[in-house]
Design a protein around this ligand. Sequence first.
Ligand SMILES: Cc1ncc(C[n+]2csc(CCOP(=O)(O)OP(=O)(O)O)c2C)c(N)n1
Ligand code: SF4
Length: 342
Amino acid sequence: MNDMTRITVPKDWETDQEVRWCPGCGDYAILKAVQRTMPEIGTPPEKTVFVSGIGCSSRFPYYMETYGFHTIHGRAPAVATGIKLANPELDVWIITGDGDGLSIGGNHMLHLLRRNLDCQVLLFNNEIYGLTKGQYSPTSRIGTRSPSTPFGSVDRPASPCGFALGAGARFIARTIDTAQKTMPEILKRAHGHKGTSFVEIFQNCIVYNDAVFDAFTDKKAAPMNQLNVVHGQPLVFGAGTKGIVFDAAAMALKVVDVVDGDTAGLMVHDEMNRVQAQLLIDMEFGPFPIALGVIWCNPAPSFEAAVVEQNISASAGKPTDLNALIRKGQSWEIAAKELHAV
Ligand SMILES: Cc1ncc(C[n+]2csc(CCOP(=O)(O)OP(=O)(O)O)c2C)c(N)n1
Ligand code: SF4
């Protein structure tokens, strides 16, 4: 994050590139939300970089009027790390998919998160490989039929937020592509957080995995199936009729009825509490709603800040003669020899 602010409007963040997603793809709504939020964030486009890997979602940098890198599969974290180390003043956003970020790029994502590079990761989770025509991904549910799992997948899916928490992320949030009202606030919180901010966005792939999130995104189903967590507020859903308590004997969460709006005894969201974050992320959908919003936020020193500080202290009072440094110790000159005629 930096303090170089300039007034912009959403149009300033749009490019002249033809947007090449399928009509109805959830990626459009995310692009719209990001372009609407950037003016509020205030960093000018020339101080902003979008970095992606490979996938439909990873086409995102083409559509943002900022610096951008469409890199190689799963390697956006490596490129983003280089950018931030070279110029810590830049705002760096990583765009990735469940395949790009958790299959081929899972290892890189792990190290980005544990290092805590100051950047924002937006992981578009559509539970499928969209670009390559619908193969199952690490987040596909058991039984997902796809070209690579014609009889239904048998392996248990990974939870992006669970992975991020385990890897040491210090900011974890979850939202939905169509959540145009609440997503900007989450993006602003992610940007304001110093360190890696991990945001999972449920994104509908209308072509290869349509309606997979309908159980909680459908307008009618949403109130009973979405738990919007707010720091310092009791965990309430179902239009105020249901709440979450911590059953100390079972060491587990439990859904209870809220009678006459009495929320006493309900668990209160504490985004700095890691155990609570784990419990919210692990809630089994069905018996429990899905937790959305900022689930975990507990800042820690960022990677690039530590590297910059170390470089400054290591070089303090030392000569800045590169030539002398190269010639110090193990270096020698090769005497010119006459070559044999061929
Ligand atoms: C080294 C390498 N391996 C495999 C591929 C093929 N490939 C391209 S995108 C992709 C998966 C994309 O899935 P996801 O990240 O979920 O993005 P989506 O298209 O769903 O947005 C794969 C396997 C590739 N481009 N490069
Ligand atoms: S294949 Fe799916 S994810 Fe890719 S652009 Fe089309 S709808 Fe979107």
